[in-house]
Write a protein that binds this ligand. Structure first.
Ligand SMILES: Cc1cc2nc3c(=O)[nH]c(=O)nc-3n(C[C@H](O)[C@H](O)[C@H](O)COP(=O)(O)OP(=O)(O)OC[C@H]3O[C@@H](n4cnc5c(N)ncnc54)[C@H](O)[C@@H]3O)c2cc1C
Length: 485
């Protein structure tokens, strides 16, 4: 693939041509705009040479064609909440900011949402729910992130175990190939079997195979009611065994969140309150069941019998306020971890349910061998766990330990039949582990697709295939809107 980045003069000429083509209101080169587009959720800064705020599809097609003519790198950006650096313009060039293309149209008759790439997830939820429909994917960043970013990363969330992830709700996509040609993949129908499925190839392609300009999403009827309970366990192994038993009983919660004792302790120290009254410092599981009132009433006895059998203690939320209190526990734990170190390798690995117990034992041994705190929480409904390797960036020995620990973690996850990422994607942060997950032939096949669709290597270069070690780079000290207080 031809090298981009270096040729300053060519880029200057290209940016001037871009401004002439689209105007100064669409193409920004002031310091403030460039800085704002230079980093994402992992806070590593790479300055672009221009930020483009397209007004419509025609602008996007023109930008791509010009980028190809001048061989300028182009990074697509939604809200920039990526936790892998996938939205950071590591090779400079131009950033295409799609946040303002945010239309949301709900087809109430058939249960579809037609959305622009910049549509915000929380807004899709509320517009659908106002009409009795439901869009299940619910990343914790939903108040901020966009559907374009969610599709590009195949985002998940807490409800993945029951409903699935973004991929399971995308019926059709419209957009542009890296070369600037307009394409439509799929139709707004439930069934589609007309040729290669390039819609699914785009989902999870991290802005490297095309620019999404519209998506049609499948909606489901909104559950009438939900029921939340919090359970405390003696230890992590008991919690995992209980959850396996729950799923084996065919009881399917809409949400099944787990916090290990280290995450609970962080939340307790941060809030000054015990997560589960009378069970301080114990691992907890937070469950939600959703459905019709009749379905929930039918489940009640069976779930409570299961809870009594396995848990040290459990508490059913009796009101909306109480449900909200239980959720606050889960939301607090991530930010609270920074008492254990100023730096975090935040991994979103996936482990098959049958391997939960061996995995939690492995984490214990990793804590011992690395000497680091590794609080872990996540979605037990689909095995997607957030393993947080905490360290002090000023202590060299801890940095080395963290680097070693993250590699051991990835090897173990793959050895257990799992995945190095369940929802965040590869971007920069997971690039050193791509070849742990994939055989060389698989990486070659992916690279061949990239080259076929993007022969000049314009779209989001420097990601996934090139190894980038995030722990060796200095992060910007800044508080982003989603950072915890
Ligand atoms: C506090 C916090 C909590 C989070 N929780 C979750 C979670 O629960 N689940 C989860 O899955 N993720 C989570 N994330 C990660 C992040 O929010 C998701 O990856 C999200 O999908 C990114 O959306 P975005 O709009 O911010 O995209 P960006 O960060 O702007 O971009 C992400 C990637 O998508 C590409 N892209 C964006 N728009 C388009 C487009 N229109 N066409 C083609 N490519 C495009 C970009 O090039 C980039 O590669 C969390 C992040 C934070 C900060």
């Amino acid at each position: 693939m031809p090298s981009l980045g270096s040729c300053m003069k060519r880029h200057l000429v290209a940016t001037r041509a871009l401004k002439r083509l689209l105007g100064e209101k669409v193409v920004k080169t002031d310091t403030k705009s460039l800085h704002a587009a230079s980093f994402d959720g992992i806070k590593l800064v790479f300055l672009p040479e221009a930020v483009i705020f397209p007004r419509n599809n025609t602008d996007i097609g023109k930008v791509l064609k010009l980028a190809n003519v001048h061989r300028v790198a182009l990074t697509v950006r939604g809200r920039g909440s990526s936790l892998t650096g996938s939205a950071a313009p590591i090779k400079g060039g131009w950033v295409l900011d799609l946040l303002k293309l945010n239309k949301i149209e709900i087809d109430d008759e058939v249960g579809l949402a037609r959305v622009g790439p910049g549509a915000n997830i929380a807004q899709i939820h509320s517009k659908a729910e106002a009409l009795g429909w439901f869009y299940p994917p619910d990343p914790a960043s939903k108040e901020f992130c966009t559907i374009g970013g969610n599709i590009a990363c195949n985002a998940g969330g807490m409800r993945g175990g029951k409903y699935g992830v973004t991929r399971d709700f995308v019926l059709a996509l419209k957009g542009f190939l890296p070369t600037g040609e307009y394409v439509e993949w799929g139709t707004p129908t439930r069934k589609y079997s007309a040729g290669f499925n390039l819609r699914d190839l785009w989902i999870g392609s991290e802005g490297m195979l095309g620019v999404i300009t519209e998506a049609t999403l499948r909606l489901v009827p909104k559950p009438q009611a939900n029921w939340t309970l919090l359970l405390a366990y003696d230890n992590e192994v008991s919690a995992f065994k209980a959850v396996r038993d729950l799923f084996a009983s065919k009881l399917q919660p809409s949400i099944c969140e787990f916090l290990d004792r280290y995450s609970v302790l962080c939340a307790e120290r941060a809030t000054g309150k015990t997560v589960f009254k009378g069970q301080a410092g114990k691992p907890v599981v937070l469950l939600e069941f959703a459905g019709s009132q009749a379905e929930l009433d039918g489940l009640n006895d069976q779930v409570l019998a299961w809870a009594k059998k396995h848990a040290l203690a459990y508490r059913v939320a009796e009101s909306k306020e109480e449900t909200e209190q239980l959720w606050q526990v889960r939301r607090k734990c991530s930010g609270a971890m920074f008492e254990l170190g100023d730096a975090k390798l935040n991994e979103d690995i996936v482990v098959p349910m049958r391997q939960y117990v061996p995995f939690i034992k492995f984490l214990d041994s990793l804590r011992k061998s690395s000497g680091l705190s590794i609080p872990t929480f996540g979605h037990l409904g689909d095995g997607n766990l957030h393993v947080n390797i905490m360290y002090h960036s000023a202590i060299k020995a801890e940095c080395k330990s963290a680097e070693k620990a993250v590699k051991q973690l990835m090897m173990k996850v793959v050895q257990l039949g799992g995945a190095i990422s369940g929802e965040h994607g590869i971007g920069l942060a997971k690039s050193p582990f791509l070849r742990i997950q994939h055989r060389e032939a698989q990486v070659k096949a992916m690279y061949a697709i990239k080259r076929a669709l993007d022969p000049k290597g314009i779209l989001n270069p420097g990601k996934m295939f090139e190894v980038f070690e995030v722990w060796k780079h200095k992060k910007l000290v800044i508080k982003l809107p989603w950072d915890h207080k």
